[in-house]
Design a binder for this molecule. Structure first.
Ligand code: AMP
Length: 403
């Protein structure tokens, strides 16, 4: 890395998508952001916004065959802005990797051995890790000289104690198949818990926070003094809260029942619980805006879906209050948590005895900044803290390569 190399490219590769951000780490500014969608189809689309140049979003449509072609197309857009991937100012590429198992507790510079290890974890993350690997291989081929860093969604949760991480099943079977609770969205939980401490004007080591990451996927975590002690997702992102399309917690016997009685195959059950459950399964919509609109029009299915969503959320707030013993703050983040005031209001309604309350006028404020929404008298701070997983990945990547 040269002394002038201060830029980090963050890549988040999905099975048919590639999200990216280029940041300058001298002041953590975003130089460009974009997304390639529908990779491998005739109608691939690249949207690129050159923030540094103050330019408008540029969109191009047309076939992009694979991730290599996608990254090359992104490179061409960046080059057009004078920010090309061959620039000596690029310090590293940071990759979001969903599953790091127990092996990866920290951001890690990628070499062949690390790649092999991420590949070994494919059975526990069959949807995500292969896509992440494709992104890494493509970027390495394009810039073999550049440090590539993997930042794992699971890493923040590796501090969970055994009694929170283990399922109560036969230990030998669990160990043979690496079955345990790993948790996900860790980059967001790490960032938001730290930012919440900052908002309270305290050292993260001094505060206990419940983070509610409520996006289309959703998870809660209990963070004690900066370390995760419990989280709601498990072996896979299916466990825990009610999500946009995932059921969250469910009696595992439902799956036997669906196979034995309803005659469904393994794959059909998988699709049902991951893609056709949660809010979309309950009412046909997974967008909280649409659900609130329907509730306002008197739609009972939407109202019941909302109540089920809130009921589960409340149970986790209660459970994590017990796990932490003392709660200093509850932080709402991600698409729903940052934007849906009715969700925040309903989630803490009736929890005054636990020191939790929301001030209606503060809760109604729309802002992209971290903010408190609890009244001054409340014992526990309730906060809205916008997440920024890309910035966190860039910071962790840059810290590692500039050390
Ligand atoms: P994420 O996965 O964090 O991008 O969150 C996406 C979800 O956030 C969407 O599916 C919506 O349910 C929700 N969302 C986004 N904007 C709003 C909004 N203004 N009001 C309510 N919910 C929103």
């Amino acid at each position: 890395m040269t002394a002038t190399a201060t830029r980090v490219l963050v890549l988040n590769s999905g099975s048919s998508s590639l999200k990216y951000q280029l940041l300058d780490m001298t002041d953590a500014t975003r130089l460009a952001v974009g997304l390639v969608e529908r990779i491998g189809e005739e109608t691939s689309r690249l949207s690129h916004t050159p923030l540094a140049a103050g330019g408008d979003k540029r969109e191009t449509e047309g076939p992009i065959a694979d991730h290599e072609a996608a990254l090359k197309a992104v490179g061409a857009e960046l080059t057009a802005d004078g920010l090309g991937l061959d620039s000596p100012e690029l310090a590293a590429i940071g990759h979001r990797v969903v599953h790091g198992g127990l092996e990866f507790t920290e951001p890690t510079v990628i070499d062949d051995a690390v790649l092999k290890e991420i590949e070994r974890l494919v059975p526990v993350a069959p949807l995500h890790n292969p896509a992440n690997l494709t992104g890494i291989r493509t970027a390495r081929a394009l810039r073999p000289d550049l440090p590539q860093v993997a930042v794992f969604d699971t890493a923040f949760h590796t501090t969970m104690p055994e009694h929170a991480a283990r399922y109560a099943i036969d230990v030998a079977t669990a160990d043979a198949h690496r079955i345990r609770r790993y948790g996900f969205h860790g980059t967001s939980h790490a960032y938001v818990s730290r930012k919440t401490a900052e908002l309270l004007g305290k050292d993260p080591a001094e505060v206990n926070v419940i983070v509610l990451h409520l996006g289309n996927g959703a998870s809660a975590s209990a963070v004690a003094g900066g370390r995760c002690v419990d989280t709601s997702m498990g072996l896979t992102p299916l466990e825990g809260l009610v999500m946009g399309t995932r059921s969250g917690d469910i009696d595992p016997a439902v799956t036997f029942h669906l196979k034995r009685v309803a005659g469904m195959s393994e794959d059909e059950v998988d699709v049902l619980l991951n893609k056709k459950s949660g809010l979309i399964g309950l009412c046909g919509d997974n967008d909280m805006r649409e659900i609130r609109r329907r509730i306002d029009e008197g739609d009972e299915r939407a109202a019941l879906a909302f109540d089920i969503y809130i009921h589960r959320l409340k149970k986790y707030i209660g459970a994590y209050s017990a796990v932490l013993g003392r709660v200093d703050a509850v932080a709402f983040t991600a698409g729903v948590g940052e934007n849906a005031a009715p969700v925040r209001e309903a989630a803490v309604a009736g929890l005054e005895e636990m020191g939790l309350a929301v001030d209606a006028s503060l809760n109604a404020v729309r802002s992209g900044e971290p903010r408190l929404i609890s009244p001054e008298y409340a014992r526990v701070a309730v906060a809205v803290v916008p997440t920024d997983e890309e910035l966190e990945i860039a910071q962790q990547t840059y810290a590692l390569v500039s050390a």
